[in-house]
Design a protein around this ligand. Structure first.
Ligand SMILES: [Zn+2]
Length: 362
């Protein structure tokens, strides 16, 4: 029997709006407002902090606190230097990929709104074929159609303006979602859907649930580092994206075998609390939710690390969504995986008992 679809027309409508809005690292508030508007009917109250992290809380008076978390920010660029003839050099804000920049249209965010530009690239005709150069941060520039530096400044563009790509949401072959910033808009979306399902199914959790959309993950887990001190949770289930490894030029012996459509990816890493992780995989097995495994040496590189190593140690786990072409403008995920991550987080929450210590010693 086919499982009933988790996503409905209203959730898809929200996802599209949420994705098509730019929320670069350090400038996440417009996305956070969209996210809180959608989440509002499903939570009791919100916490927001100084840097823009937003948390929807269910049962705010409960002593035992469980976080489900994704990150709100997307990678972008900064205007770094403007040449006399009006071309713009950039630096990264997060792990933006210089290799995909040439020929992309960009949005430069200014006080007076968006200024359009393009990453130009020398024509194939004028390049020296004997020594083809790859796009690098020091040879890619943005052209906004200005004749010189003075005109760039007149258009409202200055050093420190943030730059995003305008690429929007598409669905390929009915079940593949494609967009820039699926990393990690999908995380914020999936945890909001968990809150919606809890409300719609009339679930009364025995603990406080903190649905957390952290800022500034892409530059080193900074939003999670801040909010974990504010919430002081007992448990944190983090969701982020991870690499599908079935497309060209990825070494599976090194990166492991992970594939779109085969289910959520459960992480094995020192930062992951083993008993919490076992609860997740046991839940997946008993509820017949497919999942894949991934081993991570040292850090997970996700907000999991920020929660795990805070407040004297918080039982943390990572459930990832497999994704192709990370940090490009055509990131791709499978709808079935999105639904199964939502199901797995939801079903795991139903298994967590009030006061559970996850101790290895009893
Ligand atoms: Zn990322």
């Amino acid at each position: 029997m086919a499982k009933k679809s988790v996503l409905n027309a209203k959730s898809m409508d929200f996802l599209e709006k949420y994705l098509n809005n730019a929320a670069p690292t350090g400038y996440e508030w417009t996305g956070q407002k969209l996210w809180m508007d959608y989440l509002k009917p499903y939570v009791d109250e919100f916490i927001t902090d100084t840097y823009g992290t937003a948390v929807g809380v269910i049962n705010p008076d409960a002593k035992y606190k469980v976080v489900i978390e994704g990150h709100a920010d997307e990678i972008s660029w900064y205007v770094n230097y403007i040449t006399d003839n009006g071309l713009i050099y950039v630096i990264r804000n997060g792990g933006s990929d210089h290799q995909i920049a040439p020929s992309k249209i960009v949005n430069i965010h200014t006080k007076n709104g968006i200024v359009k530009g393009v990453f130009g690239w020398p024509a194939i005709h004028t390049r020296d074929k004997s020594k083809e150069e790859a796009p690098k941060p020091d040879n890619i520039t943005i052209d906004i159609g200005a004749k010189d530096k003075a005109e760039v400044e007149k258009m409202g563009v200055h050093v420190g303006c943030v730059i995003t790509y305008p690429d929007e949401f598409h669905i390929l072959n009915k079940d593949k979602f494609v967009c820039r910033a699926l990393d990690n808009r999908m995380g914020g979306f999936m945890i909001a859907e968990v809150a919606r399902l809890l409300k719609e199914n009339n679930i009364k959790l025995p603990f406080g649930l903190y649905v957390t959309n952290s800022v500034q993950e892409e530059i080193g887990l900074r939003g999670a580092e801040m909010i974990t001190q504010t919430i002081k949770p007992n448990v944190a289930i983090v969701t982020d994206v991870t690499h599908d490894t079935t497309t060209p030029m990825i070494e599976q012996k090194k990166e492991g075998h992970l594939e779109l459509g085969l289910g959520p990816v459960v992480a094995y890493a020192p930062a992951v609390q083993q008993k919490l992780r076992d609860l997740i995989t046991d839940t997946a097995e008993s509820k017949k939710i497919p999942f894949q495994r991934s081993a991570l040496s040292r850090a997970t590189g996700t907000d999991t690390d920020a929660f795990a190593y805070s407040n004297g140690g918080v039982a943390s786990a990572l459930i990832s969504l497999p994704l192709r072409y990370m940090h490009t403008t055509v990131e791709m995920v499978h709808k079935d995986d999105v639904e199964n991550v939502i199901r797995l987080i939801y079903e795991t929450l139903l298994q967590i008992k009030d006061g559970e210590s996850f101790s290895y010693f009893n």
